[in-house]
Design a binder for this molecule. Structure first.
Ligand code: ZN
Length: 177
């Protein structure tokens, strides 16, 4: 049984988002997942909670992430402006720093702005390149090798996914075929 995580879309506030941008550890709704996908997989790697298989590192990114943490970090960055378009916002130094932070923390390392390779990030200004990505691996769920993990939620369990979900409704199910 799939139960929606008690969350709001990071972008638009829609209830019970069923998608995530693993890159930032944020929960997003179906509509916003399409927008994120159009950014290109190098900017935002989108996964479905219910339909995709998850790698361990992707799960780690959700554990160290979460909408609240993303908002807390990004809102303190000078070049993060909620009024900008999605494309503009995720092509900022702020977003690059947070991408690096999530990746680094998910690998179990410590992170700081001072040592982040993204601290000198220069935003891409060529909008033409956006939205033309054809390399997004829509069919990665076909890779069902052993040890892959899927994410499910049950109403009564509290697990490590709680940090990402924020409302203690998530449990991780590992299985191998
Ligand atoms: Zn949304």
């Amino acid at each position: 049984m799939w139960v929606a995580c008690l969350q709001l879309c990071f972008e638009c506030g829609t209830h019970n988002p069923q998608w995530v941008s693993v890159t930032y550890g944020i929960w997003i709704c179906l509509e916003c997942s399409g927008k994120h996908r159009s950014l290109g997989v190098h900017i935002s790697f989108v996964r479905s909670i219910t339909m995709d298989k998850w790698k361990d590192l992707e799960l780690e990114k959700m554990k160290v992430g979460g909408n609240r943490k993303a908002k807390d970090f990004l809102s303190t960055q000078d070049d993060w402006d909620e009024d900008q378009s999605l494309q503009e916002r995720y092509n900022t130094r702020a977003a690059a720093l947070y991408r690096d932070k999530i990746k680094t923390l998910a690998e179990g390392k410590s992170w700081s702005i001072e040592t982040s390779p993204a601290r000198n990030y220069v935003p891409h200004t060529t909008q033409a390149k956006l939205g033309t990505s054809t390399s997004y691996p829509n069919f990665r769920q076909m890779k069902q090798s052993g040890g892959m993990t899927t994410v499910a939620s049950y109403s009564n369990d509290t697990t490590s996914m709680e940090a990402a979900c924020g409302m203690s409704r998530f449990v991780l199910i590992s299985y191998s075929r």
